[in-house]
Ligand binder design. Structure first.
Ligand SMILES: *Cc1c(COP(=O)(O)O)cnc(C)c1O
Length: 226
């Protein structure tokens, strides 16, 4: 559905105000980036959000990311890949040069991505995805192995530029468990700051304020806006 500008303005403003309030509770200096997730919406709504000042957008499928990047190439947008990357889509993603890939979720994907990046003489900024609540339905590294695997990827995959971590909050209505999954991820992030991790990507429409309270500095929000 194509939404009118005033509706999108109201929704965007409300997320930005909540973001602001949540980050100031952490610190004046705690800056949080908003990536708007467009996967549920029409491309027209993305253009409208651009006209309202939003620049960073995320998609979870390479094909859709590509179509939108091409159609909106005249706008100075910043594109994030946030969904699971199938191995047969790696080359397509590399050619798109997303600003950040949030979902590096296995060692075999890292090795394959690195190989294909090297073949194209390219690099990609990535986040290590952590399955912090150890949910079977989710991909990502277990929290107890994430730190070591991060080091291993730095050593063995030079074309992958690791910039931090990403998690999807525990899938439950129990706020304690969601908070725990964010805290676990943030504590891994803090240990990795010495390895130049600077991005802790966590928080979606239902839990971004909690994520910010737990130290997130990048939230990925879709349904609260569209
Ligand atoms: C869809 C998606 C989001 C946004 O979800 P909302 O709950 O609609 O805000 C964030 N991150 C990832 C990885 C997603 O797939």
């Amino acid at each position: 559905m194509i939404q009118d500008k005033e509706t999108l303005r109201t929704n965007l403003d409300s997320v930005l105000w909540n973001l602001e309030e949540a980050r100031l509770k952490v610190s004046d200096h705690h800056i949080v980036k908003l990536v708007v997730v467009g996967k549920y919406t029409e491309i027209e709504n993305i253009s409208t959000l651009y006209s309202l000042g939003q620049r960073a957008f995320g998609e979870n499928q390479v094909q859709q990311l590509k179509e939108r990047m091409v159609q909106l190439e005249n706008l100075p947008l910043e594109w994030h890949m946030i969904g699971s990357l199938q191995k047969n889509k790696i080359n397509n993603l590399i050619d798109l040069h997303p600003v950040l890939m949030h979902s590096l979720d296995s060692l075999s994907l890292a090795e394959e991505l690195n190989k294909k990046l090297e073949a194209k003489n390219s690099t990609m900024q990535c986040l290590l995805q952590i399955n912090a609540a150890n949910e079977e339905s989710k991909s990502g590294f277990d929290s107890d192995e994430a730190y070591d695997k991060y080091q291993q990827i730095i050593e063995t995959c030079p074309a992958i530029k690791l910039k931090g971590v990403m998690t999807i909050g525990a899938h439950t209505t129990d706020e304690r468990l969601i908070k725990e999954s964010f805290e676990t991820t943030h504590s891994i992030y803090e240990k990795l700051e010495k390895d130049s991790a600077s991005i802790c990507s966590m928080g979606m429409s239902g839990d971004y304020e909690l994520a910010i309270a737990c130290g997130s500095n990048l939230i990925r929000v879709g349904s609260a806006i569209f």
